[in-house]
Design a protein around this ligand. Structure first.
Ligand code: PLP
Length: 456
């Protein structure tokens, strides 16, 4: 068995990590996570860590679920792989397509499988363009997205996303993508949201889409894509007025609405799908992560009947697909994962029990001198750090207060994510009330340490 230091040396020598500054990592040394159980993971020094990020928004049923492990082993023994290209399928792939149609809103009866959320969003671009070509409106090409959105890392998905640093490094976006600002009440508190209630601001933020459509020309806009709650952008829970107004604008201009459910899907917001929590009727819906609880890679696009009918009846061959579209092991694990979600009534538990309880416990943190606001939706939440109450001023960016807080969390046995000055959690959906208490206790300790450090 290798020691932590040996792992760190091997890692520094060979492993290029995603979204990582390798010089900074080399000075600290990578943390080596060796195993997990329930809501906890352990590192190579035997320390138990509360995983309040479900890995990376994905391990929704927690670690060590026997049914998923058994499903993978069984399928590997029976048939580890077969493709879906040769007018062929495998039982798990078709069974999962059928099952997904049953748990998604009524307009969805078809699915296109990928292996990741990035590939799913790439697929969306192909589908949207194909749809408008087949509809005889090939000039409808532009997809509108939002700043700070994260839709993946392929060139097309990163273009859809609105992360400035990703665009700068990749020479992105590719042509045909436009962005509007995010419905971020806190970020706009001194600007567009000043003097407005959250609900009033929601309508203002949605109308940025209408302004963008007018600027581009309504006959050139193909689709609007958004995460119901922006995840990596900072768990930005939109005002309740936002999505209904977006839906109205899309309907008015005949624009396709795409819901990126990679984070929000499979119960995270307290309903099966984030679009159900916010009351929209998307034409396309992407998913990944929670479909297998991250046990194996799988993603896809739910294709609503408006698009599916045109594609199937008029489209001929759709020139698109992946070797692993409908991978039988991934699909078998997804079926077992859906069983666990249903048997343990996880969606209902999040909606009626743990979600509201988390909101209540997080609200207690508002008495902390460094907490400006807390926001949550189901089991995803953000804690906004700020320099002084009641003025709620921001910390200077060079202090990197979020990263400092994240460090204190890790040292104290808790994984949280920092997005600028916003601390984020998205714990496994199996978590109990006692574990909500435990997590909130660990968060408060990390806040206290960060505050003490910031004052010195
Ligand atoms: N869409 C959203 C909302 C995401 O959060 C992510 C990943 O975090 C993606 C898409 C990309 O998914 P993947 O990393 O599986 O390619």
């Amino acid at each position: 068995r290798r020691s932590t230091r040996e792992w760190q040396a091997a890692d520094a020598a060979h492993f290029l990590h995603p979204f990582t500054d390798h010089q900074a990592l080399a000075t600290k040394g990578v943390r080596v996570i060796t195993h997990g159980d329930g809501v906890y993971v352990w590192d190579s020094d035997g320390r138990r860590i509360f995983d309040a990020m479900s890995g990376l928004w994905c391990v929704n049923v927690g670690y060590g679920q026997g049914a998923l492990i058994e499903a993978a082993a069984q399928q590997m023994r029976t048939l580890p792989y077969y493709n879906a290209f040769f007018q062929t399928t495998t039982p798990p792939a078709t069974a999962l397509a059928e099952r997904l149609a049953a748990v998604t809103p009524a307009q969805f009866r078809h699915v296109f499988f990928s292996s990741s959320g990035s590939e799913a969003n790439d697929t969306v671009i192909r589908l949207v363009r194909r749809y408008w070509d087949l509809m005889g409106q090939p000039e409808r090409k532009v997809i509108v997205s939002r700043l700070n959105a994260y839709h993946g890392s392929t060139m097309a998905a990163a273009s859809l996303g609105g992360m400035a640093a990703m665009h700068t490094q990749g020479g992105l976006p590719i042509p045909g993508i436009a962005h509007i600002d995010q419905p971020h009440f806190w970020a706009h508190r001194h600007g567009a949201a000043k003097g407005l209630s959250r609900e009033e601001f929601g309508v203002v933020a949605a109308r940025w889409l209408e302004e963008k459509i007018a600027e581009i020309g309504p006959d050139k806009v193909a689709a609007f894509i958004g995460e119901p709650v922006q995840g990596a952008g900072g768990v930005v829970v939109p005002p309740s007025t936002y999505w209904p107004e977006i839906q109205r604008i899309c309907d008015r201009h005949g624009i396709l609405l795409v819901s990126d459910e990679v984070v929000c899907g499979f119960g995270r917001t307290g309903r099966w799908w984030g679009c159900e929590t916010f009351g929209t009727r998307p034409d396309l819906m992407t998913f990944a992560k929670g479909v297998t609880s991250g046990y194996v890679p799988l993603g896809g696009v739910m294709v609503g009947e408006r698009v599916a009918r045109v594609l199937i009846e008029r489209g001929g061959e759709f020139e698109h697909g992946y070797t692993y579209s409908g991978h039988p092991v991934a699909c078998a694990v997804a079926l077992a994962n859906l069983d666990v979600i249903e048997q343990q009534q996880l969606v209902q538990r999040v909606r009626e029990d743990t979600g509201p309880y988390l909101a209540q416990q997080l609200a207690n943190l508002l008495d902390h001198p460094m907490v400006g606001e807390v926001q949550s939706c189901g089991l995803m939440a953000a804690i906004q750090l700020c320099r002084d109450i009641p003025l709620r001023e921001s910390f200077a960016p060079e202090i990197a207060i979020g990263m400092a807080c994240r460090g204190h969390c890790f040292d104290n046995g808790l994984v949280m994510r920092a997005v600028g000055d916003r601390m984020i959690v998205a714990p496994p959906l199996i978590m109990t009330r006692a574990q909500v208490d435990e997590m909130c206790g660990l968060i408060r300790q990390a806040l206290d340490r960060t505050y003490a450090q910031a004052r010195t």
